[in-house]
Design a protein. Structure first.
Ligand SMILES: [Zn+2]
Ligand SMILES: [Zn+2]
Length: 272
């Protein structure tokens, strides 16, 4: 399988001359195998992924970790929506009794079009998305993580390889954790690739405690205890410059190299 990061920024797009190497687009990651592609989140990074998919015959599935704006705002600009001979499997987001669809971005008010004006065929999946993808042959699991308003992490396995994607999660939140460390560790256990939120560094605390994002040091500990093969840290703070991310990567690599774990600060276009 091939994993690609299309948007690695958290919270809000951050186009800035200081950010050009890692990129300013928000959360979007794809996992591709043969003729199918699963897209996790539709932040502004999904726009460039859309360009790559134009004219291809890939079967497209879109799932969400949660519905914060940085994970959904790119959707109307996903060009395959405007291809007439295209079918897109769009999975509703269910969380604690509420349901939300990316089609709600097309309300004719926040965006000029309505769902009936989308040229592609939208196969909207209103039932549980994980069960649907399992039926489609994807070995996918999901769990609740620590994030205000609630969010999921996903784990996908294929032919003995596995990737875990948790774009928004506070490993060590104040108060009761929806996902205690031991549970996160077992969810990530032995993954070949872990793509995980590391929006903060120690200096951001305690001010950002409870905001729903992890400190890099805690993410390194999770990668180490779960014995993953490669950590790609993700959901960079919009204020974090390329140079600051280089320094975070250096720090994480020092922590992880003695454990034989590779580490990369995720950037737009990173493919694993
Ligand atoms: Zn986010
Ligand atoms: Zn969020």
């Amino acid at each position: 399988m091939q994993i690609t990061c299309w948007g690695v920024r958290g919270s809000i797009p951050a186009p800035d001359p200081k950010n050009t190497r890692y990129g300013g687009n928000t959360s979007c990651l794809s996992i591709e195998a043969e003729d199918r592609i699963v897209i996790i989140d539709a932040g502004t990074g999904i726009r460039s992924l859309g360009h790559e998919l134009l004219g291809t015959e890939k079967e497209i599935y879109i799932v969400l970790t949660h519905v914060h704006s940085d994970h959904v705002e790119g959707f109307p600009f996903f060009k395959p929506l405007y291809e007439e001979d295209r079918t897109i499997h769009l999975l509703d987001h269910h969380y604690e009794g509420t349901t939300w669809s990316l089609l709600e971005r097309f309300d004719g008010f926040h965006f000029p079009l309505e769902p009936s004006q989308i040229p592609a065929t939208i196969h909207r999946v209103e039932s549980d998305g994980v069960a649907y993808l399992n039926d489609e042959g994807f070995d996918l699991t999901r769990r609740v993580v620590n994030h205000p308003g609630g969010a999921y992490g996903y784990r996908l396995s294929l032919e003995g390889r596995s990737v875990v994607h948790i774009p928004d999660n506070e490993i060590d939140p104040p108060g009761n954790a929806a996902a205690p460390f031991e549970e996160l560790q077992s969810f990530c256990s032995g993954a070949d690739v872990l793509v995980h939120d590391a929006q903060y560094v120690l200096e951001d605390m305690p001010e950002k405690s409870g905001w729903g994002h992890s400190v890099l040091r805690d993410v390194c500990r999770l990668a180490q205890e779960a014995e993953v093969g490669h950590l790609a840290f993700f959901h960079h703070d919009p204020e974090r410059s390329d140079e600051a991310l280089d320094a975070m990567q250096e720090d994480a690599r020092k922590r992880l190299e003695t454990h034989g774990i590779e580490c990369t600060a995720a950037y737009e276009g990173l493919t694993l």
